[in-house]
Design a protein around this ligand. Structure first.
Ligand code: SIN
Length: 351
């Protein structure tokens, strides 16, 4: 073979390798946990009597072949359950697996299918424990996969499109459903059955999915992912934290039971702006004097829990605008680092 011919062949091979690199689709891994998106019923019109977590991840992937136009997609079944049973062990498994996957330079993003009932808690937990700025997108559905007008397939497609997009880098963990891109920290389930269930009251969505592309309008400024101090690698459990609902005139029996059950901290779902009945105060104040953390969050859906000097001096910790269920997640993680109430208050002001 003469030198000219050799160079032509070599040049062609280099050009092809370059083109393959440029045109290669991003790699997105889907971790499946169950929920209504994997729910099935005997009837196409049954949208309540179905079994969540019935279909496996490959069935969900096969139902949306259009995903292959946006990413190299493959799935992994972590569990297949209703999200009301997503416990600490599953949260830790998810965080560790997402961290392992995203440490691989060949993986561009992760999608997690999940029941909508507790998706906001898992999303917030991962937002605080994932150590990567690559996209992590959580997705669910309000109608089972077998229903007429099931919302799961479109939601899954949009979640993969978002996870495949470099525009989502640094956005933290998001929930993509019903064309909306929602921040893990500020998003909550707002309707028991409507497909348009997720809301970010006060702060709004991060953006929308439009024509297969994420369009972002804002980002959350609170610490998350690469800026988070929490590391769950090697942990097998998290400290117990219970949420105690504040009712007018209520006694402290439930709070007492929480401590007796081994709670290392309590989140109060308080009335108004941190107001709790005298019976709760009488129990919490001596407890806080011994260094036990009590976080005051709100049962009111919007607004910050800003505590007066008097409350702060007694040792209560303000949850800011975190809901009781999200305050519980943050307090559990805070307790993996410190039991000092001042440090915990600092954590609540930064995350
Ligand atoms: C669940 O959270 O697992 C059931 C409800 C849903 O996914 O919408």
């Amino acid at each position: 073979m003469n030198i000219k011919k050799t160079l032509t062949i070599l040049g062609g091979a280099v050009a092809m390798a370059f083109a393959a690199q440029v045109w290669a689709l991003p790699t997105v891994k889907i971790l499946a946990t169950g929920g209504t998106i994997a729910g099935a019923s005997a009837s196409k019109t049954d949208v309540t009597g179905y079994k969540a977590g019935s279909l496996g991840i490959q069935t969900l992937i096969d139902a949306v072949p259009q995903m292959k136009d946006y990413a190299e997609v493959s799935g992994e079944q972590v569990v297949n359950i209703s999200s009301n049973n997503v416990d600490t062990k599953i949260l830790l498994t998810l965080a560790n697996r997402v961290n392992e996957l995203l440490a691989d330079p060949k993986v561009d993003g992760v999608v997690i299918t999940h029941g909508t009932d507790s998706i906001e808690e898992t999303a917030f937990f991962l937002n605080l424990t994932v150590k990567s700025d690559k996209p992590v997108v959580m997705v669910g559905a309000m109608r089972p996969a077998t229903a007429i007008s099931a919302d799961g397939p479109m939601n899954l497609l949009e979640a993969v499109q978002a996870a495949a997009s470099p525009k989502m880098k640094g956005a933290g963990v998001t929930i993509v459903m019903n064309d909306r891109i929602c921040a893990a920290r500020e998003t909550t389930k707002f309707h028991t059955s409507n497909v348009d269930t997720f809301r970010s009251p006060e702060y709004g969505f991060l953006g929308v999915m439009s024509e297969g592309e994420p369009v972002l309008y804002r980002l959350s400024t609170r610490r998350h992912t690469t800026k988070s101090e929490f590391d769950v690698k090697g942990l097998t459990t998290l400290p117990r934290v219970d949420v105690v609902f504040a009712l007018p005139g209520g006694d402290a029996k439930l709070a007492e039971a929480a401590v007796a059950a081994g709670a290392k901290g309590i989140v109060s779902a308080s009335m108004g702006n941190g107001s709790i009945p005298q019976g709760h105060k009488d129990f919490y104040v001596p407890l806080m004097k011994k260094g036990f953390p009590v976080v005051l969050s709100n049962r009111v859906p919007t607004g910050d829990c800003v505590l007066s000097k008097d409350y702060l001096e007694k040792g209560y910790i303000a949850a800011g605008n975190l809901s009781p269920q999200k305050s519980r997640i943050l307090l559990q993680l805070a307790l993996t680092k410190t039991s000092d109430p001042k440090e915990i208050a600092r954590i609540f002001s930064e995350y």
